[in-house]
Design a protein around this ligand. Sequence first.
Ligand SMILES: Cc1cc2nc3c(=O)[nH]c(=O)nc-3n(C[C@H](O)[C@H](O)[C@H](O)COP(=O)(O)OP(=O)(O)OC[C@H]3O[C@@H](n4cnc5c(N)ncnc54)[C@H](O)[C@@H]3O)c2cc1C
Length: 465
Amino acid sequence: MSSGGCSIVWFRRDLRVEDNPALAAGVRAGAVVGVFIWAPEEEGQYYPGRVSRWWLKNSLSQLDSSLRNLGTPLVTKRSTDSISSLLEVVKSTGATQIFFNHLYDPLSLVRDHRAKEILTAQGITVRSYNSDLLYEPWDVNDEHGQPFTTFDSFWERCLSMPYDPQAPLLPPKRIIPGDVSRCPSDTLVFEDELEKSSNALLARAWSPGWSNANKALTTFINGPLIEYSVNRRKADSATTSFLSPHLHFGEVSVKKVFHLVRIKQVFWANEGNKAGEESVNLFLKSIGLREYSRYISFNHPYSHERPLLGHLKFFPWVVDEGYFKAWRQGRTGYPLVDAGMRELWATGWLHDRIRVVVSSFFVKVLQLPWRWGMKYFWDTLLDADLESDALGWQYISGTLPDGREFDRIDNPQVQLLLYIICLNIFISLLGKTKPHYELHYPVDVMNYEAQTPPNTTPTLTQRHR
Ligand SMILES: Cc1cc2nc3c(=O)[nH]c(=O)nc-3n(C[C@H](O)[C@H](O)[C@H](O)COP(=O)(O)OP(=O)(O)OC[C@H]3O[C@@H](n4cnc5c(N)ncnc54)[C@H](O)[C@@H]3O)c2cc1C
């Protein structure tokens, strides 16, 4: 065991041992202390929601056991100020270097900049790396060196970059542990008793953690990927990757996803499988949207608060708490919207298509402020991700240069068929998780009085909201 001069690897949303550049740098430099700091108050109103905290708890547990197997535990700290906690860990371990991976949400950008300044002033060597993106936002510019303002031009540039995204790194063979004898871990509490019982069933449908993320990736690549181009919009079966919560917490690297999927594409191209090739293009485009969400956040750090198109800044949104409540509770009277909102509350999940329908209804029909909807998604989604959430809501609200026109709407009545599909997926999800949620569903869809909200409020509403 080293007695000083070690490196701290500061884990955040890069909860994996594989293809983790900060961890690799720490291992190369000598003895390592791995640290995770839980300081949710720093996130202000973006304190993580219940299901997201459940995911984090389980992901950290798998990371800790993997790090232990390699030679060192994960030190956990409860804090209200990450930088002060880092300084304490430096002091108690005698560390001389800190390595971490970049984040691009506005709160992290400010905090990480401050961390670098303060730690460097204390004589600590600080190095940071890209582990979350194919290309750093500052490397993707137009011919005038300016950031792109539409997704298509951004993505075209990414795909035609002169160099491929870096190949993923293997996990370290072993880690030399730093001395943590004077740096005890704090017990982190991610859920209260009430939340625990609500969360208990999540584990039947989801498996957080970096090795489970790899399993999910393999399952997708060897299964639904080939038909992604034709099936991805179907909300009634497992046609997409379900990787978003894994990607949010950095349990699998996007570079690894890119490389494995590209290998498959080359294989299909050699076989003359055009559909497979097309599926990979579309799947990579989805990954590209995630990249773009970070690109926008980096270039417009206020994008989770203000529309990117200035002329919609003063749009007279309807500030109606009653409408907002009916939407949250799935009591708008529109079957598809209501099924989606109830599914979201009960499972923490929504297919992308249904996200589009419920958010479109929110801003185009109810004309509620999109930031309310964005915050509710943040509070309830398993894959709650500030950058993707903001991109989704700005896109739907038509407040991006290439967003949907403000008067375009996905008519929830016209999409009744889709509702039936949504209902099926929800029922199958409940089947999978053996319902403890007592939902009252308008199962007889054809006789459903679309304009009349159900008379009874779902039990779940009374119990949880
Ligand atoms: C209003 C709204 C809010 C959203 N909020 C979030 C959010 O908080 N967190 C989140 O991860 N996604 C969000 N999305 C994007 C998208 O709905 C989910 O990423 C997707 O449904 C996750 O399912 P999947 O992993 O099976 O996706 P796949 O279809 O398998 O796609 C693969 C990956 O690409 C990325 N991706 C796909 N579509 C998008 C997109 N439109 N924007 C950004 N990344 C995308 C995700 O990381 C996803 O895991 C939102 C979309 C809308 C319309």
